[in-house]
Ligand binder design. Structure first.
Ligand SMILES: Cc1cc2nc3c(=O)[nH]c(=O)nc-3n(C[C@H](O)[C@H](O)[C@H](O)COP(=O)(O)O)c2cc1C
Length: 351
């Protein structure tokens, strides 16, 4: 089956569906939330500064917090100093992470001066970094790259080859250049070129927003795993949908009741964990989670103007109660699909 399993030495990633690292999004709560919905074989932390780790800065420590139920889990680090990166890598191993990943993709100005996609312009330094990290840890070591700095400096193939020679055990490719940022389309041909150039597994990333797109990515590149970024907060079911699609050729779309349950359970997790900035996260996620909900704009507006987490929860409940009441009045309630039932069975529609 397509994207059935990816093995990186002793790490089994099954299915071979990976949640992309996303700063400000893929914290421990979101990662566990995605895991619960099934279909995601590997999750990754947001990128963490090796310099911050060495200074034991609180933010880095928070980024590296995880729970056992998140396994297998990979920690992503960035930096440009080989000694500091190797020290940070050892710390990651000591913290018990299953894998370590090096960020070679971040396009932010602040970051490219000291790592991220900036390293794609200095391959001798990058080679030293690969070797130093490799010799510092025993856990599987992967790298996540962009295609290059600009259209005139496409280096994905030489970087992937060098990574392989230095003992990096898989490479994830987001085929946009640093100059592109997130604009334009991801050029999957680069993923294909990398796949044809190395023996280590290649993880394809970029613009996969549906199970059909994941299938097209595989057809095009024969990559070993698919990594999903921005589609995950908008449609956290995408991992399970891919699993169903590859197994049966079909998958179900979430109903309004599913979306209600999704928002409610994510918000409840944020509140329970007393996450710093929980209300900010609620507002941030409202704009993603409510896409596809009827009158989603109204719900987003109500969430945005709430002052407390309790108020957010009340407004979400009121909105959906009104939505479902209207359905009952007009007898247009969706028959629960098997997918919906699993949520209902947990009694989640009752506040
Ligand atoms: C808000 C945001 C934060 C991101 N943070 C990271 C990061 O910390 N590390 C990283 O390697 N890539 C990061 N990325 C890039 C994603 O991992 C991914 O490569 C990119 O979004 C393309 O995949 P997609 O089309 O599936 O979104 C980030 C992307 C977004 C939108």
């Amino acid at each position: 089956m397509v994207f059935d399993e990816l093995r990186i030495r002793n790490a089994s990633i099954r299915p071979a569906h990976i949640l992309a690292p996303m700063a400000g999004i893929t914290d421990t709560v979101f990662r566990r939330f995605i895991k619960q919905l099934r279909g995601c074989g590997l999750i990754m932390t947001e990128f963490v500064s090796s310099e911050g780790m060495i200074r034991q800065n609180l933010k880095s420590q928070r980024f590296l917090y995880y729970k056992d139920e998140e396994r297998p889990i990979s920690a992503q680090i960035f930096g440009a100093d080989p000694d500091h990166l190797s020290e940070a890598a050892r710390m990651i191993e000591d913290l018990g992470f299953d894998l370590i990943d090096l960020n070679l993709g971040c396009p932010a100005k602040k970051v490219v001066k000291c790592g991220g996609s900036g390293l794609l312009r200095d391959l001798p330094l990058l080679g030293r970094i690969f070797s130093r990290i490799r010799s510092s840890v025993r856990i599987p070591f992967t790298a996540k790259i962009r295609s290059g700095w600009s259209d005139d400096e496409i280096v994905a193939v030489p970087v992937a080859r060098m990574a392989e020679e230095c003992g990096v055990e898989a490479v994830a490719v987001h085929p946009r250049t640093r100059m592109q940022g997130y604009s334009g389309a991801a050029n999957w041909e680069i993923i294909q070129q990398v796949k044809e150039s190395v023996r280590i597994p290649v993880i394809g990333n970029g613009d996969v927003t549906t199970p059909q797109a994941a299938s097209a990515l595989w057809e095009r590149t024969h990559c070993d795993a698919v990594m999903i970024g921005r589609a995950a907060p908008a449609n956290p079911w995408i991992f399970r949908q891919m699993m169903d699609y590859f197994a049966t050729g079909t998958f179900t779309e979430p109903s309004d009741a599913d979306r209600y349950q999704l928002i409610r359970s994510y918000y409840a997790m944020l509140v329970e964990e007393s996450q710093p900035g929980a209300i900010g996260k609620m507002k941030q996620f409202a704009s993603w989670f409510t896409h596809g909900v009827r009158n989603g704009t109204d719900l987003r507006r109500r969430v945005q103007s709430a002052q407390t987490t309790g108020e957010v929860l009340d407004r979400v409940d009121q909105f959906f109660a009104a939505l479902f009441n209207t359905d009952e009045q007009f007898h247009i309630a969706d028959p629960p699909s098997s997918h919906n039932e699993s949520f209902h069975n947990r009694g989640c529609l009752v506040h």
